[in-house]
Design a protein around this ligand. Structure first.
Ligand SMILES: Cc1cc2nc3c(=O)[nH]c(=O)nc-3n(C[C@H](O)[C@H](O)[C@H](O)COP(=O)(O)O)c2cc1C
Length: 397
């Protein structure tokens, strides 16, 4: 063996090569795409608006439209992202059975929640800072929800003020609040939202306490450390895990907020029967089973797995809604069969907005609603009220 080959052997072992390849793969944002049905990577060209067929089609377009840090902020799940992926895996453990004899034309997806008729049990989950995705931001999202006849929940940390979003379209709006310790501060914000016509207040209580690790990783790729830019006195810089902003919540929070809220008050972020019972003891009018799309505590279960436990604990006293991982109409149908009255879309709606603005947001929710219609027809159900446990078979591990 010549000296060059000798140098090559010494300079770059097989082990080092494999390590290098592994770190290259681990660094690839493409591998971190939402897992179903295939990773972002393999697309050869970006699909056009008219080619969109499923919610997943929108994600690569969104990915290609925005800086990596913006994409990663949406895609991110906590820590190892176990729960992020489990939210999707859980749909594989619920089979849809039975049916026949119904055409899509006969299906009616309308339903009622808090005495208000809704054309569909699908709603838009509150997600922050939508102008980062597209200049239309929440204004476009509200117009899209209105034209698709769906209810939007506006995040506490929206890019536009709630009254401006309310004016952008006529459709129903709910308002989501991350409560602060300063009770008066809560009152002012809740008054503002109720004065602007919010029909329901959602209080999010799951406790995000980690880094956004994709952001940390993006430092190496030249991405902006977004979290660092958004520090406030309530949420000071912290070299380790725990942000100060949301780790103080106790069940009595609902007792404090209740007198400030004249519309129904929902708790978002409930994952156990015990938690649901506590909510009812403290005056909550509805529950959203949510793990924040895998962004709260990692290694928790998917929301689909715990849905029935919560529904049983509540036993019809208040409505139970669900989110986290919903991308298809069949996903929605499974949750309805397990006892949810409505399903909220988080990332799917952001993919639509980030890909094509308001028309994209409208299209993605219309696609999922059409899929729901087809899935209901396939299992032989013409109305939401007719959907029951008998159309699913579960095999959760
Ligand atoms: C980028 C992003 C921002 C979010 N911002 C909020 C928020 O401001 N308030 C809130 O209660 N939940 C927020 N969530 C959680 C969603 O309301 C919802 O629980 C979650 O997105 C559902 O999971 P999915 O994205 O898999 O559908 C956010 C989620 C994402 C992905």
């Amino acid at each position: 063996m010549g000296s060059i080959e000798q140098q090559w052997r010494r300079g770059f072992s097989r082990r080092q090569a494999l390590c290098g390849l592994a770190s290259f793969l681990a660094a690839s944002p493409l591998l971190h795409a939402q897992r179903d049905p295939y990773p972002l990577g393999p697309h050869r060209r970006v699909l056009g608006f008219d080619e969109m067929r499923t919610a997943f089609d929108f994600e690569p377009v969104f990915h290609d439209n925005v800086p990596l840090a913006i994409y990663d902020y949406t895609a991110h799940g906590t820590d190892s992202e176990f729960t992020l992926y489990r939210n999707r895996d859980a749909f594989d453990w619920v089979e849809l059975v039975g049916g026949g004899g119904v055409t899509p034309a006969e299906v009616d997806t309308s339903t009622e929640l808090f005495g208000v008729r809704m054309d569909s049990p699908i709603m838009l989950a509150p997600t922050a800072r939508q102008r980062d995705l597209h200049p239309d931001g929440e204004l476009g999202m509200h117009r899209a929800a209105t034209s698709a006849a769906m209810t939007m929940i506006v995040s506490n940390v929206s890019s536009f003020p709630f009254p401006q979003i309310a004016e952008a379209a006529d459709g129903p709006l709910w308002f989501q609040r991350y409560a602060t310790r300063d009770l008066e501060g809560n009152r002012q914000v809740l008054d503002m939202a109720q004065d602007a016509g919010c029909q329901t207040v959602v209080v999010t209580i799951d406790q995000q306490a980690s880094y956004y690790e994709r952001d940390l990783h993006d430092r190496n790729l030249g991405g902006a450390p977004r979290r660092a830019r958004r520090r406030t006195p309530q949420n000071p810089p912290n070299p380790y895990r725990v942000g100060a902003g949301r780790l103080w919540y106790e069940w009595t929070l609902f007792d404090d907020l209740r007198p400030m809220i004249e519309v129904p008050m929902l708790a978002k972020g409930i994952l156990t029967g015990e938690g649901a019972r506590k909510c009812l003891e403290h005056g909550v009018d509805g529950i959203i089973v949510s793990n924040h799309g895998g962004r709260s505590l990692d290694y928790g279960p998917s929301t689909l797995e715990v849905l029935e436990e919560v529904v049983e604990a509540v036993s019809g006293r208040v409505p139970v809604l669900i989110d986290s991982g919903f991308r298809r109409g069949a996903d929605v149908l499974k949750a309805l069969a397990l006892g949810a009255v409505a399903v909220c879309l988080g990332r799917a709606s952001r993919w639509g907005l980030g890909a094509f603005g308001e028309p994209g947001a409208r299209k993605v929710i219309e696609i999922i609603n059409t899929e729901l219609v087809h899935a209901m027809a396939a299992v032989g159900r013409t109305t939401i009220a007719a959907i029951d446990r008998s159309i699913v078979r579960t095999s959760f591990p």
